[in-house]
Design a protein around this ligand. Sequence first.
Ligand SMILES: [Zn+2]
Length: 175
Amino acid sequence: MASKTKGSSLACFYERSIAKVAARAVYYLLILADIEMEKEFNVDCRCYCGVHCVLKTSWTDENLGRRFLGCPNYRDGGGCNYFDWIDPPISNRKKSTFLSLLRRNESSEVRQHRIENKLEFVEGEMHMLRADVDRLEVERQSLEENLRTLEQKYKFVVYVLIAVVCYSVGRSIVS
Ligand SMILES: [Zn+2]
């Protein structure tokens, strides 16, 4: 039973890893494609400001991964609203596949962050426990030292008592 659970969680882990790798691969392929396209399109396209267009990728749910040419200064508050799609509209099937890949990737990243936070917390606890152990060790050493001193005092008192008893017995024998 336990091995079955372990096996299925391992399968889940591999499935998540594969989904993560696939989403990353798609993402990097898009970036690479962007770079290639940019080389190609930057030469001719100019926006209304008269500067070279930049190739961008839309990350909205409606046009996920769809590339377009736009003004390089659009997001800095300036620029113009020049806009031209490069890719055709994406089919709903591709859109939903890509969205689910991205969401799976996001959820596994969230899980990883949660595990990292827990790990950090456990490391902090361990650090505090180690400090406690060190403090207790110092206390133990000082208690041992006190015990040794008390033992010496006790021995001294016993020797004095023995001496007094011997002296008293000796005196009573003599008299
Ligand atoms: Zn412009």
